[in-house]
Design a protein around this ligand. Sequence first.
Ligand code: NI
Length: 228
Amino acid sequence: MLVHVPALLNSERLAHFRRQLDADNAPWVDGRVTAGHQGVHVKQNQQIAEGSALAVELGNIVLAALERHPLFISAALPNRVYPPMFNRYQGGMHFGSHVDGSIRLLPGTGQKIRTDISATLFLAPPDSYDDGELLIEDTYGTQTVKLAAGDMILYPASSLHRVNPVTRGTRLACFFWVQSMVRDDGQRRLLFDLDASIQRLVATGADDAAVLQLTGVYHNLLRQWAES
Ligand code: NI
């Protein structure tokens, strides 16, 4: 399931992010430092050093925004979120076709996170760079994603995906993974649709008893499928 989460960051926040990421002393490193053996041959970009003060500061702002965003909660049903990272592509940089590693070590904790969902939060306006689309292969074919600054896409970490070469300007993004309470993408989609339907019934003044019953169905399915 691909879910477009609009306006996770407002323009004020975006300006703050871009100022910090564009600063001369921003700790950009070769993106291959976090690539697995599969990615290292196809990955060509830069990342803010993982665990640096800047990555932590901006990452915490993203995490706080996620906690307040009902669409993200409903779509991802997050259990754990990997500390957000930041990347940039310019001058032809790209990331060839790959699948994200299934298990990642949470830095500094020894704990592991299963990557059920991949997230890309776009930080640069789409007209400020050419190409650089995120291409995601899903069951309906290849989806092309290039979103407004501040918007985020959620997609299955299991899907083949790539980033086209950036031929002008700079593509800035934040990316991270989510371990969901509901591991199966199909079950997560059913819960997402059911939740959206219940919200709409509430908003349009549907019969209270029926809404209550459906809400019970939602929670009882979640209880059956959720793992903690
Ligand atoms: Ni990836």
